[in-house]
Design a protein around this ligand. Structure first.
Ligand SMILES: [Zn+2]
Length: 445
């Protein structure tokens, strides 16, 4: 049975192994390993082993330390020359390291059986196509055809960052010709997944009340007054958990649905810089099952860590040094939450994760560090999952997780937010005991 994902963030992750594919090869150069590197390698090996540390053999540990030292040395040499794209030799080294770690994980924790029913067929209906079709009433035939084509560029896996941004800019330019359209909301409705049915868009006012926006302004169906009120009432569910005053960068509230289960809430930025945001919830998902607060806090954590004060969004494909948090769409600012979180919890294990970002054994060997299996998806999801745990869980389930919760506790603004959310939860009698334990959501049958 398909389980509720705790969240989703705007564009699909396209990370994975792509970094391994390019860059120059340093194989010809001699690998130099000094005592400082050896020390670093030994510390990093401890991080890489995670829960395997206690039972790993000395010989395996030594083997890993040797390979990690080689990888560190190659990386340092390359980065000293301002080359931030990994070469083949380094890629192969990390594949080898991950391979040894996987074997050890299987030896200690057993093999993971393939779950063949894991993937559901995608639905026949394409809601994005329906949005575009509705826009035909407003825009010219030529503009319709051009937007169609630009969307293909945006959605193509092999489009570069430049091509994607350029296509989005062109879409905006076309839509701006039509003053009856809300361009931001229209783009939002067009750039979602086909299975996501956009039902209604509301504008958030300065006093945090919302105003329904006519469907025709953004390619949606118009709702009758009764439905407008019904859908709009879900905004109160968000406000019953998150403090109003901390929603000032949210300009839209959207009601979207992919049916029961699937995504039950998400946030997305609605501009290039991450200054303005939209928060969306799915009315098909129950909000009283105790999981809803975790989802909302998780999504809010994405906004907290990925807004314009925290990160810079790219306009081109560039690689950055190992010690910096960057992903497929942004780079963290120096003093940002994600940069600090990455340095403390992800940098040492990052290359193992990157050598196969969908490797289930990666989670197996780091279970004590992650609040959920979903948190092992990537650093940003871990930040959001752990933040939800920090705010809503009474106690960390392991010392490693306690370190993560302590990380958040260093920031007075997080302590304040946590208190405000917990006060809301209490005041509004929000259920925090989900039917599905948020800490073990992957095994609910
Ligand atoms: Zn998420």
């Amino acid at each position: 049975m398909k389980l509720r994902q705790l969240n989703r963030f705007f564009l699909p992750l396209m990370l994975g192994t792509m970094v391994f594919l390019s860059g120059c090869d340093l194989f010809a150069e001699q690998i130099e390993i000094n005592p400082e590197i050896l020390k670093q390698a030994s510390t990093q090996t401890i991080s890489l082993l995670g829960d395997l540390n206690d039972k790993v053999s000395d010989s395996n540990r030594e083997k890993l330390e040797g390979l990690v030292a080689e990888a560190i040395s190659l990386c340092q040499k390359r980065e000293n020359k301002q080359n931030y794209e990994m070469g083949k030799t380094e890629g192969k080294l990390w594949n080898k390291i991950s391979g040894i770690l996987d074997k050890e994980t299987i030896r200690q924790f057993g093999k993971i059986e393939d779950d063949e029913d894991e993937y559901e067929e995608s639905p026949d209906v394409d809601y994005v196509e329906e949005v575009l079709t509705r826009l035909k009433k407003t825009i010219s035939k030529e503009d319709y055809a051009e937007i169609h084509q630009l969307m293909e560029v945006v959605n193509a896996d092999d489009s570069s960052v430049e091509e994607t941004i350029d296509a989005q800019d062109k879409m905006k330019l076309i839509l701006r010709k039509y003053s009856q359209l809300d361009v931001s909301a229209t783009i939002m409705n067009l750039l979602d997944e086909p299975a996501q049915n956009h039902i209604a868009v509301y504008r958030i006012q300065n006093d945090y009340s919302i105003i329904y926006e006519k469907g025709s302004k953004s390619g949606l169906n118009d709702l009758n007054i009764e439905k407008q009120k019904e859908m709009g009432s879900h905004w109160n569910e968000i406000k019953s958990i998150l403090p109003e005053s901390k929603l000032n960068q949210f300009k839209y509230f959207a009601v979207t649905s992919d049916g029961e289960w699937g995504t039950c809430a998400y946030v997305m930025r609605i501009d290039k810089t991450g200054e303005n945001w939209c928060i969306s919830i799915d009315p098909a998902d129950k909000i009283d099952d105790g999981l809803f607060p975790y989802t909302i806090v998780h999504e809010y954590a994405h906004y907290l860590s990925l807004n314009n004060n925290q990160v810079e969004y790219y306009d081109s494909d560039v690689a950055y040094p190992m010690d910096t948090y960057w992903d497929y769409e942004c780079i963290a600012k120096k003093d940002s939450y994600l940069q600090a979180y990455y340095e403390q919890f992800w940098e040492p294990i990052y290359m193992d994760w990157l050598s196969d970002s969908e490797n289930e054994y990666f989670y197996s060997r780091h279970q004590s560090e992650f609040p959920t299996e979903y948190a092992a998806t990537d650093c940003s999801e871990d930040f959001a999952e752990s933040f939800a745990g920090y705010v809503l869980e009474e106690k960390a389930k392991s010392p490693q997780l306690k370190n993560k919760y302590d990380f958040f506790d260093q920031y007075p603004e997080f302590v304040e937010l946590k208190n405000e959310i917990l006060n809301n939860v209490k005041k509004n009698k929000i259920d925090l005991s989900p039917e599905i334990d948020p800490l073990y959501e992957e095994e609910a049958a």
